[in-house]
Ligand binder design. Structure first.
Ligand code: F0G
Length: 419
């Protein structure tokens, strides 16, 4: 694997974050892999019965396709061993017949960030970094804090004051990170972090190419669990756009290695108040940063760092970008809950987006669709509680019953729903 600029292609030195020639983001290029597709599939599968910690990780199990990191440096919490659930209520809601959830919220720190963080922190440790730093809307913070704790590294996170959920803050503090709340948004926090010297501290936002390498493995986990039959569409929420870049890269590499014979179309969904990527996809030109606003705090991002990479991936896949309102996100999130699955608001944008793409016919009723859920329902329990105390049609108000009769009448009025 070699590190090169994702924009001008210039070779880059390991440990740098941006291209010294043009300032672009770096990426790893997979030049050649010793094994063929059959041998790779077989070893990925065999490792699932092994007790080696790396083999129990849905990242390190694919190590032939990752930058080389010595076994003893690997910091793993058995990340990315995630489930796929058939979407029942969600399918009816979006009028789609073949729909499943890839639930990346079922990770050790309950978000998709762990898949990338295991690689970024392992690499940082192998180079003797003492401190890991990130800007975050909450999930990157919690993930970095956990992996840094496991690696014996100090962790410092910059978050927008009042802009991350209580649960994510509590988690980050629990894992022992130092939290610095800034008077500004995520974009400002990332700008500050980007000003640090990567030789002094490990910057583990998704501008770090090691993060993308880990996150691309979610594509492999998903494909493998479907016996390497790609879905027609992968629908996912987009904020800073590291994840869309990572899935696209994973699919392209799987195609190059003949693990699959075609790549799924990528549909990226943004919150309407934080949708600079949807605009650049529609209008072309350069991305115009904006002041982001959405109740899905995880995606309150107005200047996404990986937009160029993500745009190239969406275009290469023949995919699309769409937007949804906060009300649509709220309703879709409640629907994912009714499936007995649940997710945080930012994740539910994917179901809301699918519903729109079905309505305007971009996705067909019988297309095979995989929806990515990026964070666990408990990541923003305050949002869920507020929703159920609201007047929204799907709000599930708490009933008061002081005696058996009231309870009995509730039972009599209740009908079970069989899907
Ligand atoms: N979903 C959730 C739950 C997130 O936390 C994020 C981003 C996204 C979607 C968007 O993913 O940035 O790769 O396009 N959270 C970051 C953070 C920014 O700091 O936790 P993306």
């Amino acid at each position: 694997m070699r590190l090169a600029c994702s924009e001008c292609g210039a070779e880059a030195a390991s440990g740098s974050l941006f291209c010294s020639a043009c300032g672009g983001l770096l990426e790893f290029r997979l030049d050649s892999v010793a094994s063929d597709a059959r041998a790779l599939r077989l070893s990925f599968k065999e490792r699932r019965t092994s007790n080696d910690v790396r083999d129990q990780s849905g990242v390190w199990r694919f190590r032939e396709l990752l930058p080389a990191i010595a076994r003893e440096q690997v910091v793993s919490l058995r990340e990315n061993a995630v489930p796929i659930y058939r979407a029942q209520t969600g399918a009816a809601y979006a009028d789609a017949t073949r729909l499943a959830y890839l639930h990346l919220g079922m990770n050790p720190t309950a978000s998709f960030k762990d898949a990338g963080m295991t690689v970024a922190i392992s690499h940082a440790r192998s180079f003797g970094a003492r401190v890991a730093v990130c800007a975050s809307t909450g999930n990157t913070a919690a993930s970095m804090a956990a992996y840094a704790a496991r690696a014996g590294m100090a962790a410092i996170v910059l978050v927008p004051a009042g802009g991350i959920s209580e649960a994510k803050m509590a988690q980050t503090l629990d894992y022992g990170a130092s939290v610095v709340a800034i008077d500004g948004d995520f974009d400002r926090a990332l700008e500050i972090v980007r000003g640090l010297d990567p030789k002094q501290v490990a910057i583990v936002n998704s501008v770090n190419p090691y993060r993308i390498e880990g996150q691309k493995c979610a594509a492999f986990v998903m494909l493998e669990s479907r016996d390497w039959n790609p879905p027609d569409w992968l629908v996912l929420p987009g904020g800073n756009l590291g994840n869309a870049s990572a899935f696209g890269k994973g699919f392209r590499e799987a195609l190059d290695l003949a693990l699959i014979d075609r790549i799924p179309k990528l549909a990226v969904v943004q919150a309407a108040g934080a949708a600079p990527f949807a605009t650049v996809f529609r209008d072309g030109g350069d991305l115009v940063p904006l002041k982001a606003q959405t109740a899905a705090t995880a995606k309150r991002i107005g200047a996404p760092a990986s937009w160029r990479k993500a745009l190239a991936e969406v275009r290469a896949s023949g995919g699309t970008v769409t937007t949804v309102t906060d009300d649509e996100i709220a309703e879709a999130r409640a629907i994912v809950g009714r499936d007995g699955v649940g997710c945080e608001p930012a994740s539910a944008a994917s179901l809301a987006g699918l519903r729109r793409l079905r309505e305007n016919g971009i996705i067909s009723r019988h297309d095979d669709v995989m929806l990515v859920l990026t964070g666990h329902v408990l990541k923003d329990s305050a949002y869920a509680a507020d929703f159920h105390a609201s007047t929204a049609p799907l709000a599930n108000a708490i009933a008061r019953a002081g005696d058996v009769q009231t309870l009995q009448s509730l039972i009599d009025r209740t009908t079970a729903v069989h899907v």
